[in-house]
Write a protein that binds this ligand. Structure first.
Ligand code: GUN
Length: 351
């Protein structure tokens, strides 16, 4: 969604770089405290497209030796957001040469029935990776199910064995959103070693694995969460800030160190007109979009804070774009490790 990234540029005060693309900017060093409009936009859509092209090439190499990577997606019930995500995952698979299948147990499915389904998928050789879309209904034992997925097919990297491998710096299937954040940093040439990285949020899906990946990349890592006292005290010292708490505009400009890299994982739908005006004052494009759709997306970082950044991921068009690209990457990685030519690693041990 390069257009979305551009709209952030247009919104910036002064408009000298209005509508410019991320690639037009070089990373700036530490800047003064004045608002500026030269923050570099990290274009997640562009980076995701690069990764998808690489994944498609790998899938073609596997196809040349008779292997089609297989992804099984399990979607329980009818959660609207999950249905949208899963459709995107299935579509991306088809585009990249990954065979996907969708399994759709009803909302009433039991833990035992899900365990039987997972056992079946674990046993099928042509299924290289298994994704259980979360959240699951409250009556289902999510942890037990995630532990039942074979670690070598655990494309989300949620199995404790894969979490442990990540924690101890061993090769693993790693959770897709934090893996995508690391790709954004790497492919944008942004420094991590020796940087103070502050992660907001401690979820198993994003916050904890992101902290671990940043630590493995030699950042000095602070994790803040709902019980942290005075979060701004930590964020103001962050060279690299990863916000993954699901609160629209939580990180305000006064909480950000000028010149910092801001990675916004939040995708919050705002439906209140006054709130939209508060987040995007004077942004006519955003107001028009809101008038048309009745909602707009805001990250966990207040848009005004982006103007202080050295570089930032927009919402939409930033981290969100990477999650599916990394899922595709993991799917091919799992297929190569299980069935690819020259495989020599033990289960789950894949570089
Ligand atoms: N629900 C929201 N994000 C995710 C994800 O990354 N993986 C799965 N399986 N479910 C999700």
């Amino acid at each position: 969604m390069a257009g979305a990234a551009s709209s952030y540029g247009t919104r910036s005060e002064g408009g000298r770089y209005g509508g410019a693309r991320a690639a037009d900017f070089a990373l700036r060093g530490t800047m003064g405290t004045e608002m500026n409009n030269t923050a570099r936009i990290l274009d997640g859509v562009k980076i995701a497209a690069e990764i998808k092209a690489e994944v498609a090439a790998e899938a073609r190499s596997l196809a040349a030796v008779g292997i089609t990577p297989g992804l099984a997606v399990v979607l329980v019930g009818h959660v609207a957001a999950s249905e949208i995500y899963v459709r995107s995952k299935v579509k991306a698979s088809a585009e990249l040469g990954i065979r996907s299948e969708m399994l759709t147990p009803p909302e009433s499915v039991t833990t035992e029935e899900m365990l039987a389904l997972i056992a079946e998928l674990n046993a099928r050789d042509e299924v290289d990776s298994i994704l259980i879309q979360l959240p699951l209904p409250a009556h289902v034992d999510t942890r037990r199910l995630l532990e039942a997925v074979s670690p070598e097919k655990d494309v989300d990297g949620f199995h404790p064995i894969n979490a442990g491998r990540l924690q101890s710096g061993r090769p693993a299937l790693a959770p897709c959103t934090p893996a995508g954040i690391m790709e954004i940093l790497k492919r944008s040439g942004l420094p991590v070693t020796g940087q103070h990285a502050v992660v907001l949020g401690r979820s198993d899906i994003v916050g904890k694995p992101a902290a671990m990946m940043l630590l493995n990349a030699s950042a000095t890592v602070t994790v803040c969460h709902s019980k942290t006292v005075d979060i701004g005290r930590y964020t103001r010292d962050a060279d690299l800030l990863v916000a993954a708490i699901g609160k629209p505009g939580f990180v305000t400009a006064d909480m950000v160190k000028p010149g910092a890299t801001l990675i916004d994982v939040g995708i919050n739908r705002v439906t209140d007109a006054a709130e939209v005006a508060r987040f995007f004052p004077g942004d006519e494009a955003r107001a028009a979009q809101f008038a048309q759709r009745g909602s707009t997306l805001v990250g966990d970082i207040h848009p005004a804070a982006f103007a202080l950044a050295g570089a930032y991921t927009p919402v939409p068009g930033g981290v969100g774009a990477l999650t599916i690209a990394m899922l595709m990457h993991n799917s091919v990685k799992a297929a190569k490790a299980r069935r690819g030519p020259g495989r020599h690693h033990s289960a789950g041990d894949r570089a």
